[in-house]
Design a protein around this ligand. Structure first.
Ligand code: HEC
Length: 510
C-alpha cells in the first residue's frame, strides 16, 4: 500500500540524500555570493586604476599642449637624452638651468612619486619604444597588441614574486594633434596608438578589505544551512511517525478485510450446506415414504399368506406394488447419493483450494445444484454452454466460489430475488493454454458509477440489506490474484451484465 515516496522517506538513510542536495544548493549559493564579492572587488580596483590613468592622461595632455614643460634641473630631473629639441636646455633670468620635460618623461617622474607614496606603479610603454627603458613586459605586450585590434582597455591579475598578487590595468595612448610636435618624425598620424600606460597595484589590501563581507557570507550560509537542516529534519521525523502510524492502520484494515473475506467464504459455505440440506430432503423423504408404503404392502402380503386360500392375482398385485415402491425408493436414494457426492466435492474444494483434474461442466452443474434452492423459485432460465469433455487441472474450489458469487449476484441484484425474470448464460471456451468464461445475465444491470466501483471491497448498493460488498471483490481477487487472469465487466442500466473472465489454465482434455 505504501507509495514509493513514503517508502523512500520512511528510511532515515535516504534523508542523507536530501541533506546532500541541500548542502549542494547552499554550496552553490555561497560560491555565487563569494564570486560576486570578488567580482565587485575587482570592479572597484579597476575603477580606481582607470581614474588614475585618466588623471595622468590629463596632465600629459596639458604638457603636450605646451610642447613640453620647462623645469629646473636637479638630481631627480636630468635632461632627457632621448628628447631631440633645439631648446631642450635653457637658463632663466636668474641663471637657473631649466630642461624641457616631455609627457613620457613627466609620466615616468610622476610614476616615481606614486610608487613611493601610494604603492601604485605607472609604466609608460610602447611596442616601438624610443627609450629602451620603456620596453613592454609580457603582460603589457599582450595588452598593446589587443589595443591594435581595437580593445579600449584591459585589466587582470599577475602573480609577482616580490609584491604578491598584482592587479594590472592598462589603456592605450592615442596620438592627438599635440603629440605630433615630437612624434610626427617617427611617422605617427592622428588616431594611431602610440603606446599605453599600465597601472599596477598590490591586490592584497583589497582582498583584506573584502574579507569581512566574505566572512559574513560564509556565516549567513552556515546559519541558513543549519537552520533549514534542523527544521526539515524535525518535519521529516514528524512525517515519518505519521507514516508509521498510517502503515499500522493500513495493516490493521487489511487484516480486518482478510478476515471478512474469510468469513464471507465460510458464510457462503454455510449457505451451500443449508441449500444442500433442503435439496436432499425431497429424495430422502420420497424414499422414506416409498419404504413405509412397502412395509404396508409386506403386511398385506403376510395377511394374504395367513388366510386359508391365497389368490395368486392378489399376491402378484401386492408384489408388483412392492417392486414399484422399491424402485421409487432406489431412484430417490440414487439422487440423494448424487447430491451427497456433489456436495462432498464442492465443500472439500471450497474449503481446501486444492488442485486436481476436474470436468468444468460437472463443476458448473455442481455449483448450480448447490444454488438450486434459490434458483428454482425464480423465473430465471440458466443456460450452460460448455463441452462435457473439457477437463482442467487446477483448483476447482476457486472457480466454484467465483461462479457461486456471480450467480448470487445475479439473483440478488440482477433479478432482485425474482422480481424480474430473465436468463443467465454461462459459456466456457478453452484456448491453447487459457480458459475464457463468459458469464451474462439479462437482469437490471448497473450504471457507470456502480460499474466503476464494482470490484472495490465493501462497495454495495444494498447496505443494510445483508450486502457485505465483498462478493465481487472476492471474484476479482480470485481471478486476478489466485488465477492470474483478467476480469472485465460490461453493463448498462436495464441491459444486464456481462463478465468476461480469462485466465491461464492447464487444459487436460478439450
Ligand atoms: C615634447 C615632445 C613630446 C611630445 C609633445 C610628446 N612626446 Fe611622447 N615622447 C617624447 C620623447 C622624447 C619620448 C621618448 C623618451 C622618454 O621616454 O621620454 C617619448 C615617449 C613616448 C612614449 C613612450 C614610448 C617610447 O617611445 O619610449 C609614448 C607612449 C609617448 N611618447 C606618447 C606620446 C603621446 C600620445 C603624445 C601626445 C599626447 C606625446 N607622446 C607627446 C616626446 C614627446
Amino acid at each position: 500500500m505504501q507509495t514509493s515516496v513514503t517508502r523512500f522517506f520512511g528510511n532515515r538513510a535516504n534523508w542523507l540524500l536530501l541533506l546532500l542536495l541541500w548542502a549542494m544548493a547552499v554550496g552553490f549559493s555561497l560560491q555565487a555570493h563569494i564570486s560576486d564579492i570578488r567580482r565587485h572587488n575587482q570592479d572597484v580596483v579597476t575603477e580606481g586604476a582607470r581614474n588614475m590613468f585618466r588623471m595622468v592622461l590629463l596632465t600629459r595632455l596639458w604638457n603636450s599642449e605646451h610642447g613640453g614643460v620647462y623645469v629646473p634641473v636637479d638630481d631627480k630631473t636630468r635632461p632627457n637624452p632621448y628628447l631631440n629639441h633645439p631648446q631642450r636646455d635653457i637658463s632663466d633670468n636668474f641663471g637657473r638651468s631649466l630642461t624641457l620635460v616631455n609627457p613620457a618623461y613627466m609620466t615616468r617622474l610622476i610614476s616615481e612619486l606614486a610608487k613611493q607614496d601610494e604603492g601604485v606603479i605607472f609604466h609608460i610603454t610602447s611596442l616601438k619604444p624610443v627609450n629602451p627603458q620603456n620596453v613592454a613586459d609580457a603582460w603589457e605586450r599582450l595588452a598593446l597588441e589587443s589595443f591594435e585590434r581595437g580593445v579600449k582597455e584591459t585589466n587582470g591579475f599577475e602573480a609577482h614574486a616580490r609584491e604578491g598578487l598584482l592587479h594590472r590595468y592598462m589603456a592605450p595612448l592615442v596620438v592627438v594633434d599635440a603629440c605630433l610636435k615630437c612624434h610626427a618624425a617617427q611617422g605617427y598620424k592622428i588616431g594611431d596608438i602610440r603606446g599605453g600606460i599600465s597601472v599596477s597595484q598590490r591586490y592584497q589590501p583589497f582582498l583584506a578589505a573584502a574579507l569581512p563581507s566574505e566572512r559574513q557570507a560564509y556565516f549567513t550560509h552556515a546559519v541558513i544551512f543549519l537552520l533549514m537542516l534542523g527544521v526539515s529534519w524535525w518535519l521529516l521525523e514528524q512525517l515519518r511517525r505519521r507514516w508509521r502510524e498510517l502503515d499500522d492502520k493500513i495493516v490493521e484494515l487489511e487484516t480486518a478485510r482478510d478476515e471478512l473475506v474469510q468469513s464471507e467464504k465460510m458464510a457462503s459455505l454455510g449457505r451451500m450446506v443449508a441449500g444442500f440440506a433442503h435439496e436432499i430432503n425431497t429424495p430422502i423423504g420420497v424414499a422414506v415414504g416409498a419404504i413405509t408404503n412397502s412395509e404396508h404392502t409386506l403386511e398385506q402380503i403376510n395377511r394374504l399368506l395367513d388366510s386359508e386360500e391365497v389368490s395368486e392375482d392378489d399376491l402378484r398385485a401386492a408384489l408388483a406394488t412392492l417392486k414399484q415402491g422399491d424402485e421409487l425408493a432406489m431412484s430417490n436414494l440414487r439422487r440423494a447419493a448424487g447430491l451427497v457426492q456433489s456436495f462432498k466435492r464442492t465443500s472439500i474444494d471450497q474449503a481446501s483450494d486444492q488442485e486436481r483434474v476436474f470436468a468444468l461442466r460437472e463443476l458448473i452443474d455442481d455449483v448450480l445444484h448447490g444454488l438450486q434452492n434459490q434458483l428454482k423459485r425464480l423465473p430465471v432460465v440458466v443456460t450452460v454452454n460448455c463441452r462435457n469433455s473439457l477437463k482442467i487441472e487446477g483448483a476447482p474450489g476457486l472457480l466454484e466460489q467465483l461462479l457461486t458469487n456471480l450467480v448470487l449476484n445475479s439473483i440478488i441484484h440482477g433479478f432482485d430475488h425474482g422480481a424480474r425474470s430473465g436468463e443467465i448464460l454461462i459459456k466456457a471456451v478453452s484456448g491453447d493454454k487459457k480458459l475464457s468464461i463468459e458469464y451474462a445475465d439479462t437482469g437490471s444491470g448497473m450504471d457507470q458509477e456502480a460499474l466503476a466501483r464494482l470490484f472495490e471491497p465493501f462497495f454495495t448498493t444494498r447496505r443494510g440489506q445483508g450486502g457485505s460488498g465483498l462478493g465481487m471483490y472476492i471474484c476479482y481477487n480470485i481471478v486476478t490474484a489466485n488465477l492470474g487472469g483478467t476480469l472485465n465487466c460490461q453493463s448498462k442500466p436495464g441491459e444486464g451484465v456481462k463478465f468476461l473472465i480469462e485466465f491461464p489454465a492447464k487444459i487436460v482434455a478439450r
